[in-house]
Design a protein around this ligand. Structure first.
Ligand code: CA
Length: 226
């Protein structure tokens, strides 16, 4: 049975969660407390714990301290329960080692589902948190794309001319040897170009490479490979 440490300073919420969990098979609330100090003391005492459910805003400190201590334990997953859904809290919690983040809203009603998700290697996230992370990823991608734009305002080509030639060849279904012969380079050089262009496009196959390259070309208003 999975042993749960519950860290929540609001007594009503803590009791409600403990009640919710005790009604479920497969998990057992090993300890419930309301401060960072109590949680750390319990963790340091070496009790077995499989899941830590922790609030972030605690009276004597931050739940981040609990997350850090818990995530150092082997086979211990941390799930944050918080009223804070802003980017900095979410990122700080993930950075500290949390595997999931639920807002104290309707998300908690299906806490058991979230725990199952956590134990099977998933990351339970409230929909609003998932949105925050998606927005963040998009902003990062946009920043990276902006960095790729060279000072005169034109975008640096995604692939070198040679890489594009190689992609054109393999995209048409030619073998590496055939592409090598057509371009008058060695098969090994073709292989190197392929490795580089796969890396640049973050793909693992020629079909994906062609698709991804053309998608980006169209997006940038440039000519795709036919
Ligand atoms: Ca609190």
């Amino acid at each position: 049975m999975d042993q749960v440490l519950l860290v929540e300073d609001d007594v009503a919420t803590r009791d409600w969660l403990a009640g919710l969990l005790s009604g479920e098979g497969g998990v057992q609330v090993a300890h419930a407390c309301g401060t960072v100090a109590e949680a750390l003391a319990w963790l340091h005492a070496g009790h077995r714990v499989d899941i830590v459910l922790t609030d972030l805003g605690l009276p004597d400190g931050s739940g981040l301290q609990v997350i850090r201590a818990a995530s150092r334990r082997a086979n211990c997953d941390v799930l944050v329960l918080s009223i804070f859904g802003d980017e900095s809290n979410v990122l700080a919690a993930i950075d500290a080692g949390a595997s999931g983040y639920l807002l104290k809203d309707g998300s908690l009603d299906s806490i058991r589902e979230h725990l199952d998700c956590l134990k099977s290697g998933g990351s339970p996230l409230s929909p609003r948190i998932a949105r925050t992370l998606i927005r963040r990823t998009r902003a990062q991608e946009a920043a990276l794309a902006a960095e790729r734009v060279v000072p005169d305002g034109t975008a640096e080509p995604l692939l070198s001319e040679r890489e594009r030639d190689v992609l054109t060849g393999i995209g048409k279904g030619f073998s590496y040897a055939e592409v090598a012969e057509a371009l008058k380079i060695t098969t090994n050089t073709v292989r190197t170009h392929v490795r580089h262009l796969y890396e640049k496009l973050a793909v693992n196959s020629r079909a994906e490479a062609l698709y991804e390259y053309n998608r980006r070309m169209v997006e940038q208003g440039q000519t795709p490979i036919r």
